[in-house]
Design a protein around this ligand. Sequence first.
Ligand code: PMP
Length: 306
Amino acid sequence: MPLQPTDKIWMDGELVAWEDAKVHVLTHSLHYGCGVFEGIRAYATSRGPAVFRLGDHITRLFNSAKIFMIDIPFTYDEIVDATKTTVRVNGLVSCYIRPIVYLGYGEMGLNPLPCPVNVSIAVWPWGTYLGDEGVEHGVRMKISSWKRHDPNVMPPAAKGTGMYINSSMAKLEALKSGYDEAILLSPQGYVSECTGENIFVVRDGVIITPPVSAGALEGITQDSVRTIANDHGFGYREDNLLRSDLYTAQEAFLSGTAAEIVPIRSVDDREIGEPGPVTRKIQEVFQAAVRGEVDRYKNWNDYVDG
Ligand code: PMP
């Protein structure tokens, strides 16, 4: 789906027109992929738009930057405020939010330290990432021939721009082979995650997801799944999974900010089938929580208008 332009993009402290939010071709991050970003969503609620777990996303942005020794020239509070301002000035009731911190124009070469650090926040309307059909009936997954990064090649805990070449290659392979999305294994052969989502299987009522040590990003939606699972009496644990655990899962699903909660209907053509009761319950509670309809999770809703 093509990007739907909105009014303003926040760039280094200023709101600029969407069409003027441009960077120089010699921007350092464009050449070497050294930048960090976040993917966040704001949802329509009865009290206006609310950003979902904004503080957790901005904390992860700062942690990603710390890993790459990128010194963000704004405080945590300034980025939180700028995010809400950008949603507000664009008058959107719900949207996807993309803050990015990148090394700008001024120096070239592999030493990132002398480069200026630029920050930008854009918002736009974005529907279901993996399609309405996938949300309803589940997506068809392929295990990629590309492995997830070894943590000593690329740090999976950082949401670094250049790291997503790996995800794009896996996504490309899955789509070209007729599947909806890819699953990546760790260099050791354990299930890691999807191209932009964490993965879960359900076995005898227990939800199992790979640990960070298998190369997955610590997902904020994944953490919401953990909380919802604990509160609704489902077992939940992190454990290494083999690809055969996916093939024989009673239920499986994925989670991410863009994708939200999406059931998995098959892996490498091994049918798991229509979404099961655990997946449905997690999906239902999550959708209510993001819309500010669950009192217990109201600290997850950061209202744009106070
Ligand atoms: N893994 C990867 C590689 C991702 O890009 C994302 C999306 N940020 C996730 C998992 C899910 O994280 P979250 O739930 O915080 O969006």
